[in-house]
Design a protein around this ligand. Structure first.
Ligand code: AMP
Length: 286
């Protein structure tokens, strides 16, 4: 495995592979790698000859009162894990190389309609920061395919829209959420949980699953299911931001049309952590 920090070096390595006719997959991350990232890398391996993983804690996507400084950074473990996953290149760019004129004056990507709803309503500027860094990384690496987790469902849709609307010649692949045995979605931010909070954390997945089962059993009063999910999270000791049932492709509020594909999403705070998760559901019939 080669570790590269300089964008120019990355470009010339990728150019060599291209000349040899090799197919390239890319998995962008913020590091503190866990089995969820591992499953993305394995998916990438199946789709290409070469796999590039980037680790970059992107300051542009953190709000002023968010956890940029505290975000877990575990470079030695990440390097070992990447080696064992047979990553070809681990790309570790510096902030100065990604934002040479400073963050405030960089060109930014916006995704109207998707960036201000759900998590975007609670984290102003977050998704523009994500879309901007992902667009930059995709332009640098120029992979054939890039793999993202469905765990960050809104992010996945925003990245698909960015790549499509900016005419980027890359296939965006979504990979299923990797969970702990008790259902909690794996996340670097699970590290913020105290043992007592960790015990309660699976309530998010349980509440999502209850809503999914109700939808799939034919309940069409989505507003009621959203209220019930929200209060279930409150009762479990969370401060929920939202619990929402949306169209799986547009994230708009859906009608209960038979066969319609939905996603149930939640974001909730507990202690220092803000956790997100989602599950897919299909309206029966159709
Ligand atoms: P992060 O390092 O948290 O920014 O995540 C990097 C990539 O890994 C994103 O595409 C995430 O959606 C994905 N990811 C994070 N957690 C999981 C998980 N539990 N299962 C699958 N993918 C995940």
């Amino acid at each position: 495995m080669q570790v590269i920090a300089r964008p120019a070096e990355l470009r010339s390595r990728v150019a060599q592979w291209r000349r040899a006719g090799e197919r390239i997959a890319f998995v962008p991350t913020m590091g503190n790698l866990h089995a969820g990232h591992g499953s993305l890398v394995q998916q990438a391996r199946r789709l290409a000859d070469r796999v590039i993983v980037s680790i970059f804690v992107n300051p542009l996507q953190f709000g002023p009162n968010e956890d940029f400084a505290a975000y877990p950074r575990t470079p030695d473990e990440d390097r070992r894990m990447s080696e064992s996953l047979q990553v070809d290149v681990l790309f570790l760019p510096e902030v100065e190389d990604m934002y040479p004129r400073g963050q405030a004056s960089t060109v930014r990507v916006h995704v109207p309609g998707l960036e201000d709803i759900l998590c975007g309503a609670f984290r102003p500027g977050h998704f523009s920061g994500v879309a901007t860094i992902v667009a930059k990384l995709l332009n640098l690496v120029q992979p054939d395919v890039a793999v993202f987790g469905e765990k960050d469902y809104q992010q996945l849709l925003i990245i698909r829209r960015t790549a499509h609307d900016l005419s980027m010649p890359v296939q965006i692949v979504g990979a299923p959420t990797t969970r702990e045995p008790d259902g909690l979605a794996m996340s670097s931010r699970n590290r913020y949980l105290t043992p007592a909070e960790r015990e309660r954390a699976p309530h998010i997945f349980q509440a999502l699953e209850r809503a999914r089962m109700a939808v799939e059993a034919g309940v069409t009063d989505f507003a009621r299911l959203e209220r019930e999910g929200f209060s279930a999270l409150e009762q479990a000791g969370f401060r929920p931001d939202y619990f929402a049932i949306r169209d799986a492709e547009t994230l708009e509020a859906p009608t209960p049309q038979p066969g319609r594909r939905l996603v149930v999403l939640a974001a909730a705070r507990i202690g220092r952590a803000r956790l997100i998760d989602n599950v897919r559901a299909t309206v029966p019939g159709g």
